[in-house]
Write a new protein. Structure first.
Length: 177
């Protein structure tokens, strides 16, 4: 049984552990090892705590709990668009402890994201995923997301890391990018 609930300040340390371990596992071989090795649970928790103290505004953070332990986390909010008001939602991040992969935790978090998108009356939700992250891409595709043709690349420790954007339409009409 997986319980999805809103993240509280008491969850910050556990969420930092989920995020850092998620990165180190999911992105091994995709981003430089130096970056993954330099990630700190304590620093991530400090940053997350500061974000929570500032207030999330329209951002939603959820944790997935199993057996009373936080085993996953997702962060959702308005799509970050360069011009005009947001017209849809965006899954900013979602991570699950490596030992909880393929146990339904990610699926339960994704259901919360889709439900929140619908609750807000938004026609679609988008996300960015590393282009070479085959397991992540399969997960999102099974959830109904499709690549929308947008790609970007950033550099991590001097290494290009390409990403592709995925979209899940919640209406029959295709949204404009």
């Amino acid at each position: 049984m997986v319980l999805i609930r809103e993240m509280t300040p008491d969850d910050v340390d556990a969420v930092a552990e989920v995020r850092v371990r998620g990165w180190q596992t999911a992105y091994a071989g995709l981003v430089p090892r130096s970056h993954l090795d330099s990630m700190s649970v304590a620093e991530d928790a400090r940053q997350r705590r500061a974000l929570l103290e500032r207030g999330g505004g329209t951002m939603a953070n959820w944790v997935a709990e199993r057996g009373g332990e936080v085993v996953g986390w997702a962060c959702f909010g308005p799509h970050r668009e360069s011009e005009g008001p947001p017209r849809g939602g965006e899954l900013y991040a979602m991570y699950v402890l490596p030992e909880q992969r393929s146990t339904g935790v990610g699926r339960a978090l994704m259901e919360a994201v889709v439900a929140e998108t619908r609750r807000r009356g938004l026609p679609w939700v988008r996300l960015w995923v590393l282009k070479e992250n085959a397991s992540g891409r399969r997960f999102y595709e099974r959830a109904g997301f499709r690549p929308d043709g947008h790609e970007e690349s950033s550099a991590i420790d001097g290494t290009p890391v390409p990403e592709v954007r995925y979209e899940l339409s919640l209406t029959r009409a295709t949204p404009q990018p």
